[in-house]
Design a protein around this ligand. Structure first.
Ligand SMILES: *Cc1c(COP(=O)(O)O)cnc(C)c1O
Length: 363
């Protein structure tokens, strides 16, 4: 491991949440009411099984943002968006969501004393995310249309009604999310050579690039990473260069055909000499199983697209370099996919006797 940890650094400090931790880099003032669940500070985990698959001297880490309070990186953006909405006196917030934004918006809005409204594509939100939104107390409206249509509607709603939009077109969302890049640099002592990241609405790739650039200007890192964005093959507008009318993928969190941050994501890719690629659902599921069964890391399918992408283009990774793959969400979000596509099966109907259990185990 190349992470340099002194005894002092290892000694545990209480984490104050990302707004307090990175206050000087964020658009908050002393009077901003900070709505926080102490999000951020997620681990950068060495991934040796992935390194072995590359088969050369390359360091690979995963930034496991599924360990945020509601189980995805959306919390980074939502602590900022909700704090700023509260500062402005908002009583209600609205978002379109493939699931994780709704969970985060609901949790933070309720914590801040606001009403969360969420529009979701009917039938395409993973079970865990739906459970969260409902229990947190969101007012959930399922529309007979996809995410892109839901986003069009909520943008109009926010223009015409007294309600604050908390999708990533809200600039405070990206401000919060850029702290993921700060943490990567703080842990590595520099920026990685490559940053591999799933791309749906393209807010997160934009935010990470903002974070790296800001840290570079503050002389916190000496280089900038290539931004490698990965989309699902059935929902790859940035790879195709045109919107996808009917996006389809098992990775519902990135089932988006017309990304809101399209131009900014292209600018990040170009400025960093990075690239966009698409990964098939089969490649995503393969990476999803490898992460869980070889690294012990359970992420959701959309998150695995960063690792699927890295494995797809592994021959292009320069020897001696450091790669970080962002794992955007927790595997528990989508138990249905885990059960359906795992390689393991439950051996059922076993007699409750030692001999029967031993026999079933192959002894
Ligand atoms: C939102 C989300 C994404 C996509 O992020 P964008 O900012 O929309 O590109 C990827 N993975 C997960 C788990 C998400 O919740």
């Amino acid at each position: 491991m190349t992470l340099s940890l002194s005894a002092e650094k290892i000694h545990r400090q209480p984490w104050p949440g990302l707004i307090e931790a990175y206050r000087e880099y964020l658009p908050v003032s002393d009077t901003t009411p900070v709505v926080t669940l102490l999000e951020g500070n997620t681990p950068l985990i060495p991934a040796t099984a992935l390194e072995q698959r590359i088969g050369r001297q390359v360091k690979v880490y995963v930034k496991y943002d599924g360990l945020n309070p509601t189980g995805s990186f959306k919390d980074r953006g939502m602590t900022m968006a909700i704090s700023k909405a509260k500062e402005a006196g908002a009583k209600a917030v609205i978002c379109a969501s493939t699931g994780n934004t709704s969970a985060a918006a609901a949790a933070y809005a309720r914590r801040g004393g606001m009403r969360p409204f969420v529009l979701i594509p009917d039938g395409y939100v993973a079970l865990g995310k739906l459970a969260q939104a409902l229990l947190y107390g969101a007012e959930v409206l399922a529309i007979k249309g996809n995410f892109d249509r839901a986003l069009e509607i909520v943008r109009r709603m926010a223009d015409n009604y007294p309600i604050t939009l908390v999708n990533s077109v809200n600039p405070y969302r990206l401000e919060g999310q850029k702290t993921g890049a700060f943490e990567v640099v703080d842990d590595l002592g520099n920026a990685p050579d490559w940053l591999c990241i799933p791309v749906g609405n393209a807010g997160n790739i934009t935010a990470y690039w903002m974070g790296f650039c800001q840290y570079y200007q503050a002389k916190k890192c000496e280089c900038l990473p290539k931004m490698m964005g990965f989309q699902a093959a059935g929902a790859a507008p940035l790879v195709n260069g045109q919107p996808v009318a009917e996006p389809e993928t098992i990775a519902t969190a990135i089932r988006i055909g017309n990304p809101a941050s399209w131009e900014k994501a292209v600018a990040a890719k170009d400025a960093s000499q990075g690239n966009f690629h698409s990964v098939t659902d089969a490649e995503i599921l393969n990476a999803y199983r490898i992460l869980a069964s070889e690294e012990g890391i359970f992420c959701e399918p959309a998150s695995a697209s960063s690792v699927a992408g890295m494995l797809q283009v592994k021959d292009q990774i320069p020897t001696g370099s450091t790669v970080v793959c962002v794992l955007t969400g927790n595997g528990l979000k989508d138990p249905d996919t885990a059960i359906k596509y795992s390689n393991s099966q439950i051996k059922q109907g076993i007699d409750p006797k030692i001999e029967a259990v031993a026999k079933a185990m192959g002894f």
